[in-house]
Design a protein around this ligand. Structure first.
Ligand SMILES: Cc1cc2nc3c(=O)[nH]c(=O)nc-3n(C[C@H](O)[C@H](O)[C@H](O)COP(=O)(O)OP(=O)(O)OC[C@H]3O[C@@H](n4cnc5c(N)ncnc54)[C@H](O)[C@@H]3O)c2cc1C
Length: 85
């Protein structure tokens, strides 16, 4: 008997979403991550009440309601409009 259906290398946006969706479909998943946190390059941590984007600023863009509803299950987003000069 196999121990896992999938080995996911990295718990970034892709690996975490893939692992969750596969697990919801009955697959057995092993996720390995070399950093000491999940979320990959979109990782944030709070400093004095401010969410600091450790690997550089990230803005979530989508015009797809299904994707927007999906991600809002897991996080609260700040309202932000990017206005580069
Ligand atoms: C500075 C910056 C700004 C960005 N801004 C935006 C933005 O505004 N909007 C936007 O949509 N996108 C932005 N992006 C792109 C966005 O970060 C990526 O598209 C997204 O995070 C990719 O997710 P991922 O899961 O594919 O990869 P990653 O987030 O890179 O996750 C991969 C994970 O795999 C782990 N890993 C790698 N190799 C191994 C290994 N051998 N063993 C174990 N673990 C491993 C890593 O530690 C990491 O946690 C930006 C990227 C950067 C760098």
């Amino acid at each position: 008997m196999k121990a896992y259906d999938y080995l996911v290398v990295g718990a970034g946006l892709f690996g975490a979403v893939f692992a969750r969706e596969a697990a919801l479909r009955g697959k057995k998943i092993k996720v390995i991550e070399k950093r000491d946190h999940i979320a990959g390059n979109i990782y944030t941590h709070e400093v004095d009440g401010i969410q600091v984007h450790q690997y550089g600023a990230h803005i979530f863009h989508t015009s797809d309601k299904q994707i927007w509803d999906y991600v809002n299950q897991f996080a609260t987003f700040n309202r932000y409009t990017n206005s580069p000069v």
